[in-house]
Ligand binder design. Sequence first.
Ligand SMILES: [Zn+2]
Length: 306
Amino acid sequence: MKDLKFYYKKAIKKGFAIGAFNFSNLEVLKAIANSAEKLKSPVILAVSESALRYMGEQFVIENVKIIKENHTVPLFLHLDHGKSFEICKKAIDLGFDSVMIDASAMPFDENVKLTKQVCDYAHEKGVYVEGELGQIIGVEDNTHSDTNIFTDPEQAQKFVKETKVDSLAVAIGTSHGAYKYKGESRLRFDILQEIEKKLPNFPLVLHGASSVNSDTIAMINNYGGKIEGASGVSEELTRMAIKMHNIVKINIDTDLRMAFTAGVRKSLVENPENFDTRNYLLEGQIMVEKLVEHKIDVLLDSEKKA
Ligand SMILES: [Zn+2]
């Protein structure tokens, strides 16, 4: 099977991106894999530290193994926002295809040191490493930042050179969670351009890129939910980042959670007599399938170009 690096290189050349979709239960995992298979697109199955704890390591490893065996498209298991050497080492030893070491809250020198330590261990085992420089505002699982610190292009060059990291998550105005902007979304393409000048043809990653679809929010609220003031990054902006820049991986979590919640809520409200858990979880799964298909087809372009 072709590895992630192959797809990252191709993505830079052809202007598409690979979707990194987060899952924390079986239904969402199946939804991501089904949609990838249907559209013949490679995808990254992303698990955060807390999702790994929630599902249990063995559940994740065994289910992903079975799903990989039963699908023909490349599916890559990735640790999202690993905060320590220990958790990254654990994921590597468990057989993950790639890990993210997120030491972005640390001072630059400490971020370099920890990222390099993970890279040294991972590369020996053929596992890819994503680092992060700058701080992405918002809350997502165990990742939390009150401030937005844009990635410094000068530092990015030094960081990659010293750590030998394989890809870099950059902070250019996206944010974690469902409440990204007051008013219109904006991204700092000028900073992205400066980073690319310093790091030509280097794979860059965009976190916190959910678009937080207003129809999905309306569906949640119509069926008894209460989500107010949520907003995301417009898909137009993310498409620009993918097409015109070296963004090769887009992280999407919030949109999947919203879609799943909308499906479950609708099913429960419309079928009040039902207590078969499979019925409403399946409605959530179907909503996630539609969403992932949309993202692959309209946003990422990974089915035609990969
Ligand atoms: Zn993230």
